[in-house]
Design a protein around this ligand. Structure first.
Ligand SMILES: CC(=O)N[C@H](C=O)[C@@H](O)[C@H](O)[C@H](O)COP(=O)(O)O
Length: 227
């Protein structure tokens, strides 16, 4: 799929993140593929997925384009979403349409640079790069170093971005006015109304995860409310 085709496909449409880590009840590629199929039936036009195994299973089951990432924790480093070229190599084997990676200003493991990793992906594949950022400075940095689109994934999850229960509407609004590449709203979108608001603020597309695909969190929102 060409860059133009992918960017147009997601425009004003819903991307669903189907992720269950090892410590989560729904962990497993077969389950994630079923979750992705359900998301497709509900109108998702692309899936965000963690690990080569899950990406492969989701692609086979849904035929939807996939934004792939590989979460890996390196000791003494905060960057965990596709941190190094090693994770990129593992992802490229299963040919996701897009690779999502941490594109914050933070140091990466092994002194690798964002610029090198983005060039590495572009030089070795047709894969696009989604830069996961947490604030405006990250977004400028990521854009300068060549990512194809921005996602607000990490707002609230770096030491220098605001902690809040709501999605970061302000960041989406600011970036949508300033950015020269598509801005995807991601992180803590809990309701259809919040999703709609993101588009009103100028988001190119949105990613919804836990509110659709993490039933333990959905259940908790009910049980907390009725306590
Ligand atoms: C911060 C971080 O590691 N976010 C991860 C990124 O891939 C996922 O765990 C989230 O589920 C995803 O960003 C979607 O967000 P939400 O599940 O809030 O709709």
């Amino acid at each position: 799929m060409s860059k133009h085709d992918f960017i147009e496909r997601i425009h004003h449409h819903l991307i669903v993140s189907c992720q269950a880590l090892e410590n989560e009840p729904l962990h497993g590629s077969e389950t994630m593929a079923k979750m992705a199929l359900a998301a497709k039936e509900g109108g998702a036009v692309a899936i965000r997925s963690n690990s080569p195994e899950d990406i492969l299973a989701i692609k086979q089951k849904t035929q939807l384009p996939v934004i792939g990432l590989l979460k890996r924790v390196y000791p003494e480093n905060e960057v965990y979403i596709t941190p190094t070229k090693k994770e990129v190599d593992e992802l490229l084997v299963v040919q996701p349409e897009v690779i999502a990676l941490d594109a914050t200003i933070r140091e990466r493991p092994n002194q690798e640079s964002l610029q090198d990793i983005v060039h590495y992906i572009h030089d070795n594949s047709n894969t696009l790069v989604m830069g996961d950022i947490s604030d405006v400075r990250d977004a400028e940095y990521a854009t300068e170093y060549g990512v194809d689109m921005l996602s607000t994934t990490l707002s609230g999850y770096t030491s220098y971005s605001p902690k809040q229960d709501d999605p970061d509407f302000e960041l989406v609004k600011t970036l949508s006015q300033q950015a020269t590449i598509p801005v995807i709203a991601e992180g803590r979108i809990q309701t259809p109304d919040q999703a709609k608001k993101m588009f009103e603020l100028g988001a190119w597309s949105i990613v919804v995860g836990g509110a659709i695909t993490r039933p333990q969190l959905i259940t908790k929102s009910f049980s907390d409310k009725i306590k």
